[in-house]
Design a protein around this ligand. Structure first.
Ligand code: PMP
Length: 309
């Protein structure tokens, strides 16, 4: 991966090499940071870069920061504008990933959330695929459990909690799987290491509710809306048992990085007939078109970066 060109750091846009923190920084030692992950897509025809649902990502980002007792005095709209300004300076003409971070910046010893300062950084870098083949993923059920709301709230995108995701991902990859599903403490399906879970069983689209220790995904919310509006499919938000995953007809994961990723095998068992199913395929291609600004009806989800004369 190449490094970002610039970063928004301590209130200004600077070369990325100048966006540095000391090793004693609180967030680096104790995981006391909140982050977001957005993507922007290059549309060659329009010569435009579109950020997907930026204000929604920033609303969640501010909520994550709030859970960590941070007082950021930015609105989602201001954060979106800073991102646009940064991307204009970067001048990317390709798909990119954007990483905002709000972190406890004090260089002190002491585990706590209160009485500390916070800083905001944003940087962006070129990014294409997250999984090698997002139409044909093989996943396992992780032996790790999802962090619980009363341990580290998964609802917030809290840096420290991503050690949990890293355990899940590494063990899955080392065992030869593309990704893993992770169970709650009670043994129900929560989500993937960094993506939300959907399955279709007997014609019903099902996803775990937000009380199952999931991140409240922006892609998840978009898929629920698209399924209803474009596929006439209502989503049932309910607990999902492990063995339902073995019996479902279609399964896919959603996330900013993973977009819509079709899962075709779980622990060597085929999902449906072992190929990406028709509903998933429909959502997959519709979503690709929406992300690149090719569907006028959903252009309100996109923030264009470059000014057009
Ligand atoms: N769950 C987790 C744990 C994640 O890190 C992500 C990625 N942000 C998601 C789900 C998907 O969320 P979104 O669609 O907002 O990217």
């Amino acid at each position: 991966m190449v490094l970002p060109k610039h970063a928004y750091f301590q209130g200004k846009i600077v070369p990325y090499s100048k966006a540095k923190v000391g090793v004693l920084t609180h967030a680096l030692n104790y995981g006391t940071a909140a982050f977001a992950g957005l993507r922007a897509y290059w549309n060659e025809l329009e010569k435009q870069l579109f950020i997907f649902r930026a204000p929604d990502h920033y609303r969640r980002f501010l909520n994550s920061a709030k859970i960590l007792c941070m007082q950021l005095d930015h609105t989602p709209e201001i954060l979106t504008q800073i991102t646009v300004d940064l991307l204009r300076v970067d001048d990317y003409h390709q798909d990119i990933y954007i990483r905002p971070l709000a972190y406890k910046s004090d260089e002190i010893i002491g585990v706590k959330l209160h009485g500390l300062h916070e800083e905001l950084s944003i940087c962006a870098l070129p990014f294409e695929r997250y999984l090698d083949d997002d139409t044909n993923a093989h996943v396992t059920i992780s032996s790790w459990r999802r962090v619980d709301d009363n341990i580290i709230p998964a609802r917030g995108k809290i840096s420290g909690a991503y050690a949990n995701s890293a355990f899940i991902k590494t063990d899955a990859n080392r065992a030869g799987f593309d990704e893993a599903l992770v169970l709650t403490q009670e043994g129900h399906i929560s989500e993937g290491s960094a993506m939300n879970f959907f399955m279709i069983r007997d014609g019903v689209l099902i996803t775990p509710p937000i009380t199952e220790n999931i991140l409240e995904g922006i892609t998840r919310r978009s898929v629920i809306e698209l399924a209803r509006a474009e596929l006439n499919l209502n989503t049932l938000e309910r607990q999902v048992d492990r063995t339902e995953v073995y019996l479902c007809d279609e399964l896919f994961l959603t996330g900013t990085a993973a977009q819509i990723t079709a899962v075709t095998r779980v622990d060597y068992r085929p999902v449906g007939d072992g190929k990406m199913g028709p509903f998933t395929a429909h959502l997959y291609s519709l979503f690709q078109d929406i992300l690149r600004g090719r569907v006028p009806k959903y252009k309100h989800w996109l923030t264009p970066v470059y000014e057009k004369s």
